[in-house]
Design a protein around this ligand. Structure first.
Ligand SMILES: Nc1ncnc2c1ncn2[C@@H]1O[C@H](COP(=O)(O)OP(=O)(O)OP(=O)(O)O)[C@@H](O)[C@H]1O
Ligand SMILES: [Mg+2]
Length: 371
């Protein structure tokens, strides 16, 4: 188990900045997921940690040692970027043992490590088969076995389930997470799929355009997104954002939305232009509310429904119960759970500090009470 620290890590390709001043601590034994849209710098970050790419500036420390200038081989990290890269003519046993050959490790030790990894991955029964004829799942397990036997300081995985179909992805996600619970090795896993990230991660690192926007638990990135981008990227449907009419003063507990007064959790900073952020499950259909809208669609999802409501401020999505649908065209009033409202600076996109943020981060003993 190793701790990895990135300090002011920066990577330019010519004039283009792929990774911008990243500061990140990946604590020993955590399963950390780098999440963000295509091109945001996930692979570049991972390759710098692995030693496959040199940073333009900044440092990488593994367990306190500065490894910035070390080659990949000297870092003792397993990069599982292509799980299917096996030797088809070799047996499963030899494929798994492969990275240990020429490492000066005794045959007995190699055999013991291969047996142990195979037990963990439940592939003991196929150790003597050639990998060429194996199913996708078994090949993936063999590739993982090959990483495990090295006893690396950390595992790096770059979209390892990228090409698999949905059912199989789900199964492999679960297996990877179970494996992590057994090995407890520091793992950095890259994906652009937010539901995969939320399901697997201890910590989610949300990136965009080369920058880390937030690094926190799945609970915190969902309930207290640091920026408008994070609120939009995480959650399906995303967080609603509505433009506030006037400047917000520090200490405010009410704002005006489309001329309607709306109670909000206390805001601790001034903003000339701001957006109110609210998750669809914290918007309430309320006949007495001053903010009105018209239902334009009702998405039935079995366990619940999403009403799409058109208001003078734009579209608002509302999560309602499975039996609480509304016909398209219905007029509804919308109110918000005051303690779940978050305010964002419109110019920077960053969350304004305030009471709701503190509650979401601290959990307040019942952080999931409304979910
Ligand atoms: N060797 C390179 N030369 C020039 N530009 C590069 C190079 N490698 C990456 N880039 C650029 O840097 C940016 C970040 O790339 P990166 O591969 O890290 O993104 P990513 O988040 O992994 O995206 P994806 O989800 O598509 O894999 C992209 O715009 C990419 O085109
Ligand atoms: Mg990538």
């Amino acid at each position: 188990m190793s701790t990895i620290v990135l300090s002011n890590l920066h990577k330019r390709f010519g004039d283009f900045t792929a990774v911008r001043n990243t500061n990140l601590t990946i604590s020993a034994g955590r399963f950390v997921v780098l999440l963000g849209p295509s091109g945001c710098g996930k692979t570049t970050t991972l390759r710098m940690i692995a030693g496959l790419e040199l940073p333009t500036s900044g440092q990488i420390h593994i367990d306190g040692e500065d490894v910035t200038a070390l080659r990949a081989r000297q870092r003792d990290i397993a990069f599982v970027f292509q799980m299917f890269a096996l030797y088809p003519h070799m047996s499963v046993r030899n494929n798994i043992a492969f990275p240990l050959k020429n490492e000066g490790i005794s045959r007995r030790e190699i055999a013991a490590r291969v047996e142990s990894a195979a037990r963990m991955l439940r592939i003991e029964n196929i150790l003597d088969r050639k990998t060429g004829g194996l199913s996708g799942g078994d090949r993936q397990r063999v590739a993982l076995g090959r990483a495990i036997v090295r006893h690396p300081k950390a595992f790096l995985m770059d979209e390892p389930l990228g090409t698999l179909d949905a059912d199989f992805r789900e199964l492999m996600c679960l297996e990877l997470r179970k494996l992590h619970n057994t090995l407890k090795a520091t793992t950095i896993y890259v994906t652009h799929d937010q539901s995969e990230a939320m399901a697997m991660a201890d910590d989610v690192v949300v990136m965009n355009q080369g920058e880390v926007l937030q690094s926190a638990s799945p609970h915190e990135v969902y309930h207290s997104p640091a920026t408008v981008f994070v609120g939009n990227f995480i959650g399906s449907p995303p967080m609603n954002f509505l433009a506030v009419d006037a400047a917000v003063e520090a200490g405010a507990e009410q704002v005006s939305l489309g001329g309607a007064p709306v109670a909000v959790a206390r805001v601790d900073a001034y903003a000339s232009q701001s957006l109110l952020g609210i998750r669809p499950e914290h918007v309430l259909i309320d006949p007495r509310a001053a903010l009105r809208g018209r239902v334009i669609a009702d998405e039935y999802l079995g366990s619940h429904q999403i009403l799409v409501v058109e208001t003078s401020l734009g579209i608002v999505r509302v999560r309602v119960g499975k039996d609480e649908g509304r016909a398209a065209g219905a007029q509804v009033g919308l109110s918000f759970r005051k303690e779940r409202t978050l305010l964002y600076d419109a110019a920077s996109g960053k969350m304004l500090p305030g009471a709701a943020r503190q509650m979401a981060v601290n959990g307040n003993g019942n952080g999931d009470a409304y979910v």
